[in-house]
Design a protein around this ligand. Structure first.
Ligand SMILES: [Zn+2]
Length: 250
């Protein structure tokens, strides 16, 4: 764990905060290197942190009262996680698992709390929370209405859009937890996507060999994902790298 002080961190949400506020004040900023499968909070002295991934991608999951694990979302360079436990000392417990290994930034909640009450930050935070709520409602619809193959394709694209890595690091078990599917159903969906030439499943990882075919295999919920992705993809590429907005690198 190291401390960092630069103004642009490569996380859309955090960098929008800095732009709006001028600075973050003087918070203690911790750089994390997250390993595949790890709980990002295990690298920290406590859970009193908000985590902003930059190149890492993390899956949020909940454990239901009957023990069933339900996937919630994936979070990467577009957002943050950890705030729910401060907002509601909650009946629903979230757990986090690193999908794509990479970097993240952690800031103590006590350092961010005053910032979150700033009138400059409120519209940015509301914009992000609006996305999160929309994502949760789409997720409920997606689970109840769409086929495992289409949902698997959508999930793989959501992870890939947030990561610079050429493959998605995931096992059947993790994919099953993230999509609330049994392992044998996941295996069948991956086989069908591989038969289409969209992916090449390897041991513990999945290469996306034909992004267009994978997109064509997605349910319509992918269009909602794309509206959000285009927002941060355009901003980060144009402002940070001087490039034109495009489809996230696939
Ligand atoms: Zn869907």
């Amino acid at each position: 764990m190291t401390s960092r002080t630069s103004t642009h961190h490569g996380n859309y949400l955090l960098d929008r905060f800095i732009e709006a506020q001028g600075s973050l004040g003087s918070p203690d900023i911790h750089g994390l290197q997250l390993m595949h499968g790890s709980d990002p909070f295990d690298a920290l002295p406590s859970r009193d942190f908000i985590i902003f991934p930059t190149t890492a991608v993390v899956a949020a999951q909940t454990t239901m009262p009957d023990g069933w694990i339900s996937g919630v979302s994936v979070i990467g360079r577009d957002g943050s996680f950890g705030m729910a436990s401060f907002a509601h000392p909650a009946p629903v417990r979230y757990r986090y698992r690193t999908v794509q290994p990479g970097d993240a930034i952690a800031i103590r909640w006590e350092d961010l709390e005053p910032l979150y009450q700033s009138p400059r930050i409120a519209p940015i935070l509301l914009d992000y929370l609006n996305y999160v709520v929309q994502e949760l409602s789409v997720q409920a619809y997606c689970i109840s209405r769409h086929a495992a193959e289409a949902r698997t394709a959508r999930w793989l694209l959501a992870v890939r859009a947030r990561s610079p890595l050429p493959v998605v690091h995931v096992t059947h078990e993790m994919l099953g937890d993230c999509l609330s599917l049994k392992r044998e159903v996941v295996a069948g969906a991956l086989t069908r996507l591989a038969t289409l030439g969209a992916i090449e499943p390897q041991r513990g990882r999945i290469a996306i060999s034909n992004p267009r075919a994978l997109r064509d295999s997605c349910c319509t919920c992918h269009e909602v994902d794309r509206l959000w992705e285009m927002k941060w993809d355009a901003k980060m590429l144009v402002e940070r790298e001087g490039l034109e907005p495009s489809t996230p690198a696939l």
